[in-house]
Design a binder for this molecule. Structure first.
Ligand code: 5RP
Length: 227
């Protein structure tokens, strides 16, 4: 679920810090969410100043933002991103992540995996000692099977709902999203492997051993954590 903490200034500094790592000629995965949006806006400023860059958006919302701001776009069909920049709902000191608060984690994981490096942009409210819940994008046809299997793994499955839409939240690809609450996840690698093996789960929101840098914005500056 979305973590609504963190100041706009902290998010802005994180997003800009990662966007400033982009080099002329790079192809950049463009993440989804309020912090990644600051990176898109900073890239647009740099494009205005002459930077040659192309973005691969991870959601229709980010695609619209990039078009509005003037960041040229491409796709994984024709380019391999040099780096991806994306937010997270939670991160640990091992630089593991939970993503999917915006129901975009499947496309986000595809773009991050396809990229040479993965830069994460967060504010300090996202740091946790241990993860609790994991978003799941699921084939509708498989919902009963997935819910039963995830409950056997120790997760309580809750359909994702939101104001302004009756029924379940669906991803940009039309698949329902649910949140699996495990209370406390002591071994994210083991759970990631287990969820990888659940038939009917399109993708889960555990991003283990993927982040190369985490840019933690604060009101006064940015700390960059490296793997
Ligand atoms: C969307 C995501 C976002 O990156 C995550 O929810 C963080 O968003 P925000 O920067 O708005 O807190 O994973 O699926």
């Amino acid at each position: 679920m979305k973590n609504r903490g963190g100041s706009k200034e902290a998010k802005r500094r994180a997003g800009r810090s990662a966007a400033d790592q982009v080099e002329d000629g790079d192809v950049v995965g463009l993440g989804t969410g309020s912090t990644a949006a600051y990176a898109v806006e900073r890239l647009a400023e740099r494009v205005d100043a002459g930077l040659d860059v192309e973005g691969v958006p991870t959601s229709s919302a980010t695609r619209r933002l990039a078009i509005q701001e003037g960041v040229p776009l491409t796709s994984l069909d024709v380019e391999t991103p040099d780096l991806a920049i994306d937010g997270a709902d939670a991160y640990t000191s091992d630089l593991d992540l939970v993503k999917g608060g915006g129901a975009a984690h499947t496309r986000e994981k595809v773009v991050a995996e396809a990229s040479e490096s993965f830069l994460v942009v967060v504010d300090p409210s996202k740091e946790v000692e241990a993860f609790e819940a994991v978003p799941l994008e699921v084939l509708e046809h498989a919902l009963p099977l997935v819910m039963e299997t995830v409950e056997e793994l120790g997760g309580e499955t809750l359909p994702r709902k939101c104001d302004g839409k009756d029924g379940w939240v669906v991803s940009d690809d039309g698949n329902p999203v649910l949140d699996a609450d495990f209370d406390r996840i002591d071994d994210p690698r083991e759970l990631s492997r287990a969820l990888d093996g659940v038939t009917g789960v399109v993708e889960h929101g555990l991003f283990v051993d993927m982040a190369d840098e985490v840019h933690v914005g604060e009101d006064e500056g940015v700390t960059v954590l490296n793997r």
